[in-house]
Ligand binder design. Structure first.
Ligand SMILES: Nc1ncnc2c1ncn2[C@@H]1O[C@H](COP(=O)(O)OP(=O)(O)OP(=O)(O)O)[C@@H](O)[C@H]1O
Length: 298
């Protein structure tokens, strides 16, 4: 289990991570969300021991993480850093060996990954000859080739086209299935909603939403109502508990204060005429973030 206990990191007067506590069990695929500057990379650097926390403790299976943990850890840094002049396969094998892997096994695993990511022909090319997206795939391979127990991925999907995003997502899910504990950060809520059971949303260094996605959504309640009818829906704006309305081509989207308000809306609609659609929608992570952080995600 990866444990962060009341971790704080300050840069002079500025607090980048503020009293963060997390428990991430083994074999978990954990999503770390936050806008630019929320504190995600700083947290990762503290987990990896690159930065020292001012307060708090970080443990992986009861042990602090340091250079000795290197074979156990995989890290895809946000600032991608491969040697541009070095050849692809040579580089991956070299990095795997630094993580304690045997040369022959490293070569076999490298070939397997290059094949999986549809880039076996690049094995002998210099990294600088590859496109940005393909360089990113190589960097990803470098972070997983030695079969780490704990894998930290900082924005793994940024800069990839949709086909490669899918390729990487599948790889991440497979690694999780085979027992790797994975923590990844993203700006994009949909990636986290799709992949993670558990997540933490950071805002200005603090966790504003944290826990199991299903529980977070359930406890928040369904506060979006979509209505379609063959009469004017303008009167709904006046109903108590309706916070915001938005007309769309098909009907009206309403944001309400609590789930029960939908009953009032439904009764009011029935009195007016024929309702073609009435839908109580699950909140998106974005809705939850806005309410909890008191700010828009972007
Ligand atoms: N070495 C440093 N010195 C001073 N301030 C820093 C340092 N590293 C990070 N910060 C500040 O800490 C805050 C959090 O930065 P961090 O890189 O952790 O955010 P992030 O959530 O990873 O954002 P992004 O998605 O943009 O990478 C930012 O305001 C940043 O300017």
């Amino acid at each position: 289990m990866l444990v962060l206990e009341r971790v704080t990191k300050r840069f002079n007067e500025f607090t980048a991570v503020d009293n963060l506590s997390l428990q991430i069990p083994e074999r978990e695929l954990f999503g770390f969300l936050g806008a630019n500057g929320a504190g995600k990379t700083t947290t990762f650097r503290m987990i990896l021991g690159i930065l020292q926390a001012n307060e708090g403790m970080i443990h992986w299976n009861g042990q602090p993480i340091n250079y000795k943990s290197s074979p156990l850890i995989g890290y895809l840094p946000e600032e991608r850093g491969l040697y541009p002049k070095m050849k692809v396969k040579e580089q991956i094998v070299y990095l795997a060996r630094l993580r304690g892997m045997d040369k022959k096994e490293a070569a076999i695993e490298t070939d397997r990954w290059l094949e999986r990511f549809h880039v076996p022909d690049y094995a002998g090319k210099k990294v600088e000859e590859l496109s940005k997206g393909n360089q990113q795939k190589i960097q990803f391979i470098s972070s997983v080739v030695h079969k780490p127990q704990l894998l930290i991925l900082d924005e793994p999907f940024s800069g990839l086209d949709p086909v490669n995003v899918e390729l990487l997502k599948e790889a991440v899910v497979d690694l999780k299935e085979s027992g790797t504990t994975i923590v990844f950060s993203s700006h994009r809520m949909e990636h986290v909603e799709e992949l993670c059971e558990n997540l933490c949303m950071m805002h200005k260094g603090r966790p504003v939403v944290h826990g199991r996605l299903r529980d977070i959504k359930r406890s928040f309640g369904r506060k979006n109502v979509f209505v379609q009818a063959d009469f004017d829906l303008g009167f709904l704006e006046e109903i108590r508990g309706v916070l915001r309305t938005k007309r769309t081509a098909e009907g009206m989207l309403l944001q309400i204060d609590k789930e029960e308000t939908s009953q009032t809306i439904f009764s009011a609609l029935q009195e007016k005429g024929f309702v073609t659609k009435f839908e109580l929608e699950e909140p998106s992570l974005n809705d939850i973030f806005i309410e909890k952080a008191g700010a828009s995600y972007d």
